[in-house]
Design a protein around this ligand. Structure first.
Ligand code: HEC
Length: 157
């Protein structure tokens, strides 16, 4: 082997090393990119919050994003008159509401209680009398999805 051949082999080896390094890097980065969200996805499913809106539930509660969204809406719009448990505030406690009323009724009621009362709905009128004719605020801006999120939160399902 002459000097030139040795130089050629060394340079070939050098290229081999460079290419192998690049290949390993490429596989490594692809693997990382493919799997970097694995953990995040499972972390995003649940969120731990402290739920101050109910006395019995003032410990750490694990909620899904939909429950959290429902809680946000409930705390903003309903908590001044309702408990999510069974205590009476201005209105009745809403615990078990989906067993008492259909989602369809609840949707109509929350968006426009006055209209439900005027339609002659016996349940609504009895409740209205029971609560000394205290009027509930209408929430025409809450969508079906908003109200079902509130129900998911209340029922903690
Ligand atoms: C200003 C007070 C007030 C606010 C705010 C309020 N409510 Fe009410 N709600 C009442 C009262 C009072 C009643 C009882 C019926 C009546 O007097 O009209 C009632 C009744 C209800 C009922 C029927 C309960 C049952 O036991 O059958 C549901 C469901 C309800 N409210 C849901 C909501 C939701 C959801 C919100 C928030 C988006 C809300 N309410 C906000 C006062 C309020």
């Amino acid at each position: 082997m002459n000097k030139k051949q040795i130089i050629n082999i060394v340079s070939l080896l050098r290229w081999c090393i460079v290419l192998t390094t690049l290949a390993v890097l490429f596989v490594g980065i692809s693997f990382y990119e493919l799997h970097k969200n694995d953990n995040l996805e499972s972390q995003q499913l649940y969120c731990a919050v402290i739920d101050y809106s109910s006395k019995q539930y003032d410990d750490l509660t694990i909620m899904t994003p939909i429950q959290l969204y429902g809680k946000e809406l409930f705390d903003k719009n309903c908590i001044s008159c309702h408990s999510s448990r069974d205590e009476m505030v201005v209105g009745p406690g809403l615990q078990g509401i989906t067993q008492r009323r259909s989602e369809e009724w609840i949707l109509k009621w929350v968006q426009n209680p006055q209209k439900v009362l005027e339609s002659g709905d016996k349940y609504a009128n009895d409740l209205y009398v029971k609560f000394n004719k205290a009027s509930m605020t209408p929430f025409p801006g809450l969508s079906k999805e908003d109200i079902s999120a509130i129900l998911v939160y209340i029922e903690r399902k």
